[in-house]
Design a protein. Structure first.
Length: 162
């Protein structure tokens, strides 16, 4: 925390006053990463069907995480532990995947209610799972994208038009 305050050229107390704790800073960084993913995805011209949009969302999310892999691994490690306050990473991540799914175009008509209600959370949990193994260095940088795409494709297959 002292190094952070010194780097930011603020007093030692400022990060605590702003974020409450080191965990608070890590949660804020996590939220910023998801906001970056969302802004980048929203700035694209997404494909018309949900499966292709989800693949684009995966590629966007992976690119953001690999821009600063050491920092992002540290952040992921911290938000994976219990803190004094509940974070909002799951809610923000779920909203990101809901944005990618949109109305579920390209999925089976009878499954669309489940696509829009359940699948965003499932994609959030699945991507977080891939990130957890990446964070633990069990999944190398070059495997994060293909692994996350494979997981998303598997989930989307269950909802594909038959």
């Amino acid at each position: 925390m002292r190094d952070l305050a010194a780097e930011a050229a603020v007093s030692f107390a400022t990060p605590f006053n702003q974020f409450g704790s080191k965990a608070g800073i890590m949660h804020a960084l996590s939220e910023r990463r998801i906001e970056t993913m969302t802004a980048r995805f929203a700035g694209t011209t997404p494909p018309p069907d949900a499966p292709a949009r989800v693949r684009l969302a995966v590629e966007t999310a992976v690119a953001v995480m690999l821009e600063e892999p050491d920092v992002n691994r540290a952040v992921m490690g911290w938000i994976g532990t219990a803190g004094p306050a509940q974070g909002s990473a799951l809610a923000r991540s779920t909203a990101y995947w809901a944005l990618a799914l949109n109305a579920g175009d390209g999925t089976a008509e009878q499954r669309r209610p489940q696509v829009t209600s359940d699948l965003p959370l499932q994609l959030a949990l699945a991507f977080r799972g891939a990130l957890s193994f990446w964070t633990a260095s069990e999944l190398p940088d070059e495997a994060l994208g293909p692994t996350a795409l494979s997981i998303a494709d598997t989930l989307m297959y269950a909802f594909a038009r038959r």
